[in-house]
Write a protein that binds this ligand. Structure first.
Ligand code: SIN
Length: 283
């Protein structure tokens, strides 16, 4: 029997009593999906999954989209990206820094991510969690005149971190090869996005891949995005989840920003990640 407990005032819940290695019946999956839509982050602790179990669960949410950084795909399934700061024979076994700045997954693609899920394999006990910020609440708290001014604006997005374009920096977006860069293009998304499943509005990707606003001078656009980012990442909207081995975490990319921690190599951290596409474009 599933039991749901909120994790913070800002966002997140823990769901216990579900074994993801077994086939989930539709009501049980519906419980997880409803909790995700309500709390935006859902953690299912104590799982023991093989790549095919993790993949089967992920597919219940939609179609997976392999990450553009293809050198760290799991050998059992390219839809699983290995996140890791571990070296084997001097070579990284995974992507060490998967966005150590506030961003939302795949906002640099025309069809962005519905949700992302991680399965924690080997994680430090403390200080290595992902930080989330609730963009639905950040939108709801804006003054009415600001909401009226920004609703309907369309942002221009590209792979990268608007605030740090130095490829050598750990707070820049992970470096792409020339071939990977060639697959990236400018895309458009609403600044205030209606959720595909709940239709609830939220600020969308005001940090990370948003580099401009259509019909607005770039200086004015960046100033507006920076103001919105400062509001939307205020500690009152944030929650950091510290992983334990066996955790599965799912987050809703349409209504959250998130940031990975900076963890040095003396503290091994390995998780598997699957990202599920939204069913359609955002505009
Ligand atoms: C991510 O943004 O997918 C990475 C999250 C993390 O490593 O904490």
């Amino acid at each position: 029997m599933a039991s749901i407990r909120p994790l913070s005032d800002a966002l997140g819940c823990e769901i216990t009593g579900i074994d993801l290695a077994r086939d989930l019946d539709d009501p049980t999956f519906g419980t997880i999906e409803a909790a995700l839509h309500e709390h935006l982050v859902a953690v299912l602790p104590g799982q023991r999954l093989q790549p095919n179990d993790f993949m089967a669960f992920a597919r219940r949410f939609g179609q997976p989209e392999p990450h553009v950084i293809d050198q760290f795909h799991h050998p059992a399934d390219a839809n699983i990206l290995i996140l890791s700061n571990v070296l084997k024979d001097g070579e990284p076994i995974g992507l060490a820094d998967a966005g150590t700045y506030f961003h939302t997954d795949y906002s640099y693609l025309a069809v962005p991510a519905r949700c992302t899920m991680l399965y924690a394999i080997d994680v430090p006990a403390r200080g290595a969690g992902t930080t989330f910020a609730n963009q639905r609440r950040a939108w709801e708290d804006l003054p009415a005149d600001t909401r009226a001014r920004i609703d309907g604006l369309v942002c221009r997005h590209h792979y990268g971190n608007r605030d740090d374009l130095d490829e050598a920096s750990r707070t820049a977006a992970s470096r792409l090869s020339a071939a990977q860069q060639a697959r990236m293009d400018w895309v458009r998304h609403p600044l205030v996005r209606r959720h595909t499943h709940t239709e609830r509005p939220a600020l969308y990707a005001v940090s990370g891949s948003s580099f401009g606003i259509e019909g607005m001078d770039d200086v004015e656009a960046i100033a507006l995005l920076d103001d919105l980012k400062a509001h939307a990442t205020h500690p009152r909207y944030r929650y950091t989840y510290d992983y334990r081995p066996g955790d599965v975490i799912i987050w809703d990319n349409a209504a959250l920003l998130h940031a990975a921690p900076l963890v040095d190599m003396s503290r091994p951290r390995t998780l598997w990640r699957i990202t599920i596409k939204d069913p359609g474009p955002t505009l």
